[in-house]
Design a protein around this ligand. Sequence first.
Ligand code: COA
Ligand code: ZN
Length: 326
Amino acid sequence: MSVSTPAKASGQRIFIQEVGPRDGFQIEGRFIPTGEKIALIDELSLCGLAKIEATSFTSPKAIPALADADEVMRGLRRQPGVVYTALVPNLRGAERALAAGADELNLVMSASETHNLLNLRMTREQSRARLLEVVALAKGAGAALNVSLSCSFGCPMEGEVPPAVVLELAGCFLDQGVGGITLCDTTGMAHPGQVAELCRAFRASFPQAELTVHLHNTRGMGLANALAAVEAGADRFDASLGGLGGCPYAPGATGNVCTEDLVHMLQAMGFRVDVDLPRLLAAARTLPGLLGHDVPGQVLHAGQSLDLHPVPATLAEIRVRALGQA
Ligand code: COA
Ligand code: ZN
């Protein structure tokens, strides 16, 4: 792979999609009260994010943390320009999401048979058939459609997932009129070379489709993977405030790429991200109080790279000594 990113990217637009309220909250042990979920999403709505995945319309037995999906989606103070999406595994979820006013249905299935069975209790072929029913329903209702393919870069139980499997599934849904596909690295198995290769193959096969890359930072490769994806033509990323996140049905899953760390890197490089980073950081700062534990985000702890530290008082003395030795 050749790394050819210019020192200063020339204002290329990158879209940031917040998934903390779904991928993040779904794995929290403590149920976040509905009003607090809504308040955080309302604040995120003012940060310049392109899309917010507000919740998932899944079985409350499977994902009890998001059992209040209907109230959350109905209770949001919507901002123009923000797409409010929700994860949907089946027809029942799609009906609930449409009734609650979701702008987009983010249909989910896994590229790995084992993960699909554990996460959705269906074979991949059963999921595909169910989701194609949802596509037909949503087309009639005028809602936008995206399909998230879990384990696109590997499965924690099966290992490698062939790119051909991922591309075949993507093609099947795009042929039926779905607008976008998300390639998900559900347990942070991908490395930058692999991300670049799959994104390039996707772009070559489906140049018109909206491509989102959904990365987890489980092995510290999240930001490197994001950059590799940008170089390969991706311009949309899911990310999670504070670096929260993880699938409860994928062994070893940990947090997503952290939204504020991703925005910080891309803005520093000169990409156009249109996200209000100080406001996003202020929102991230509320997470430990909301969740009862610290979060992995790094800029939150270290500050932005150009936030200056006070010069130690001993500097003047050190300077005099150094100059005296000249
Ligand atoms: N919303 C609410 N309830 C739902 C539902 C939905 N989308 N889908 C199914 N249910 C309910 C059924 O009504 C039924 O309720 P009952 O027991 O009170 O009669 C129960 O769930 C079982 O329904 P069934 O169709 O047999 O589902 P299942 O048990 O085979 O589970 C899924 C299949 C897909 C619904 C479930 O595995 C799921 O929601 N998974 C989501 C996992 C997830 O979000 N993972 C993290 C993100 S990748
Ligand atoms: Zn995820």
